[in-house]
Design a protein around this ligand. Structure first.
Ligand SMILES: C[C@@](CO)(OP(=O)(O)O)[C@H](O)COP(=O)(O)OP(=O)(O)OC[C@H]1O[C@@H](n2ccc(N)nc2=O)[C@H](O)[C@@H]1O
Ligand SMILES: Nc1ncnc2c1ncn2[C@@H]1O[C@H](COP(=O)(O)OP(=O)(O)O)[C@@H](O)[C@H]1O
Length: 290
């Protein structure tokens, strides 16, 4: 082993089993629209202990290679590959990586899976390549990949504004959730570009969050276009207050115990999928940026 490898402070050669956690939007208000068409939001992001896992292995030839296939997403379009190239580009880093993505989160589910994969890639490679970008610099980079990416780099529950890139920390009690995927996938663009979407909800203050009556402004649009989402909300609402996350299609409810979660998951109609997950206080790669 050379001196470099013996130095405990030097970056590792590989990082395996890195979690790309799911997120829930506990509420989502559309409060306006920017000149470029992007929507101004207020949302509470909650991170879950459930998600995809990624493995990273250092390459010295500068190549970025995706080692796993992802249905319908060629490597050049994969947010993971794009994130790695972006980090290489801005830092001038000459190192590369082999990346394996073990997909668990449904695509187009409103759980932020692709964005979370990208955020985990930026955090993991920042460590593996020793590029030392700050958390804020990584968040800014991530925003170019998708509106949800900065949140995962921020790495803890947040009250978010702007297009979802301005954060204030949210102190939330630990909670358990049931998440249901009705048998549909929803395109974020379709929901945001719909005529019937309301875009003028009055802004709320973070201090009023707990006491305010909140909603997901994207939910009526999704329910109208995809009645299965409405059916899933209605079904889940028998057990606990239920709501859609992000632009759908997943819906969720907070439940009181693991037993209750198990019972709901077991009773879920066969044409849908159901999972349970706990809230996650910090992103496992939080320390990869400062
Ligand atoms: C709605 C949210 C809520 O957290 O989550 P998802 O349901 O997608 O998980 C996000 O704002 C989505 O984030 P993300 O999925 O990364 O979206 P992006 O790739 O950045 O944007 C896809 C498209 O949605 C529209 N878009 C997205 C975000 C935003 N604030 N306003 C928009 O109008 C734009 O047309 C954009 O081209
Ligand atoms: N690594 C990736 N994982 C998932 N989706 C990806 C990935 N790379 C690119 N995408 C694209 O991003 C889209 C949105 O996926 P995702 O972020 O999982 O859903 P959502 O934005 O609804 O939470 C997918 O339909 C897919 O075309």
């Amino acid at each position: 082993m050379d001196a470099h490898a013996l130095n405990a402070a030097s970056p590792p050669l590989r990082l395996t089993g890195c979690l790309a956690p799911a997120k829930l939007n506990l509420f989502l208000h559309v409060v306006g629209r920017r000149a470029d068409g992007y929507h101004l939001l207020q949302t509470a992001f909650r991170m879950l202990d459930w998600g995809d896992t990624l493995d990273f292995e250092l390459r010295t030839d500068g190549l970025i290679r995706r080692r796993t296939d992802l249905d319908g997403v060629p490597p050049e379009q994969d947010l993971v590959v794009r994130a790695a190239r972006l980090l290489q580009g801005v830092t001038g880093c000459k190192l590369g990586a082999d990346i394996a993505v073990h997909k668990v989160l449904p695509m187009g589910g409103g759980l932020g899976g692709g964005s979370s994969d990208a955020a985990t890639t930026l955090l993991a490679l920042n460590r593996l390549w020793n590029t030392k970008l700050s958390r804020q610099a990584l968040q800014d980079l991530g925003l170019a990949l998708g509106a949800d990416v900065p949140f995962f780099i921020y790495g803890r529950d947040a009250f978010a504004e702007g297009v979802g890139e301005h954060f204030q920390p949210l102190q939330l009690a630990p909670a358990r959730y049931v998440v249901i995927l009705p048998g549909v996938h929803i395109s974020t663009v379709e929901i945001f570009s719909s005529k019937e979407l309301t875009r003028n909800t009055d802004p709320i203050k973070i201090a009023d969050f707990a006491a305010s009556s909140t909603r997901n402004d994207l939910q009526p649009v999704a329910c109208n276009r995809y009645p299965e989402v409405a059916r899933a909300i209605e079904w889940l609402a028998q057990f606990a207050p239920a709501r859609m996350t992000g632009s759908g299609a997943c819906v969720f409810a907070e439940v009181a115990s693991e037993d209750e979660a198990r019972r709901i998951v077991a009773e879920c109609p066969a044409s849908w999928k159901a999972w349970q997950a706990l809230s996650l206080e910090r992103h496992p790669l939080y320390e990869s940026a400062t």
